[in-house]
Design a protein around this ligand. Structure first.
Ligand code: MG
Length: 294
């Protein structure tokens, strides 16, 4: 090898490293950041002294802007009331109320026909072989509040005790199970994203007590070829305790066998909320959601 060729190879290698550095640098810098500008203005302080004051704008809006034409005030939402064991609470003023204890007008059977689930004393529950219940409305990214009560006294063990499920977009299951002193595989216990992610902690109340999930769900996004380009994310509070912390769902989570779950399969922007009939009389009340931007 001549000295000339040798140095030429070094130039190529260094060039490749530089390109790699640029690419990596770019990859590391992929935050969803606003355009930030900074400038200084000479202003008099309270003592009359002229000083440089730093100004910043984020996406063209001055930090601490007070002009509503430039920085609109957030929309006003009247919060709902909290639930107690004896009494369900109410939904925030901008929520879509799916079930408030009156009837199943917002629900149907899986096939769109009349559901066999029933309402008694303000709560809804499946009947024998009634199958899943689905909301008539379809939703994508949302904040979902669901209250449930597993049967007391408990019957069965493991996956057979108080099993139901809350399905976002008709397919991404947040497991409902009586996991109070009832062990099963962690990725199938209460609050698990079934088969994909156990809850961070077990925050179950005793069977027969009303519990709630507050779920912040962002739907997955697919490209034209059907490839997932943005995964679904879940943040979940179970009885007020954080059990899923902005978890990035690695695939679908439908059951396809004792040790396997589905992968992502492209679907539309919206789908129904569904509740599972797993043969256990799990009861539900106070179900509402707020639609969110993706
Ligand atoms: Mg289930």
């Amino acid at each position: 090898m001549t000295a000339k060729r040798f140095s030429g190879m070094w130039v190529l290698a260094l060039g490749a490293l530089a390109v790699l550095g640029l690419v990596c640098g770019r990859a590391q810098a992929q935050f969803d950041s606003p355009v930030e500008k900074k400038w200084t203005v000479q202003e008099k302080d309270d003592n009359g002294e002229v000083k440089d004051v730093l100004y910043m704008s984020l996406d063209g809006v001055l930090v601490h802007e007070e002009d509503p034409a430039k920085a609109p005030q957030p929309r006003v939402v009247t919060p709902g009331t909290p639930s107690t064991q004896a009494q369900p609470g109410t939904a925030p003023s901008d929520a879509v109320v799916l079930f408030d204890g009156k009837d199943l007008a917002n629900w149907s059977a899986e096939d769109g026909e009349k559901t066999k689930w029933v309402v008694e004393n303000g709560v809804m529950q499946p009947t024998k072989d009634s199958g899943m219940i689905r909301s008539k409305g379809e939703y994508g990214s949302c904040q979902l509040h669901v209250e449930f009560q597993t049967p007391a006294p408990p019957e069965g063990e493991g996956q057979g005790r108080g099993n139901s499920g809350v399905f976002l977009m008709g397919q991404y299951e947040v497991q409902v199970l009586d996991s109070f002193e009832n062990t099963t595989y962690p990725d199938g216990q209460a609050g698990a994203l079934y088969g994909r992610k156990p809850p961070l902690v077990n925050a179950c109340l005793k069977p027969g007590e009303w519990q709630c999930y507050d779920i912040v769900f962002h739907r997955p996004v697919f490209d034209e070829s059907g490839k997932v380009v943005k995964r679904a994310t879940f943040t979940i509070f179970h009885n007020g305790v954080l059990i899923q912390d902005h978890y990035d769902l690695s695939g679908g989570n439908g059951w396809v066998g004792p040790h396997a779950v589905t992968d992502y399969v492209a679907h539309g922007d919206k789908g129904p909320i569904m509740l599972q009939d797993h043969g256990n009389p799990v009861r539900f009340r106070n179900i509402w959601l707020r639609e969110l931007a993706d």
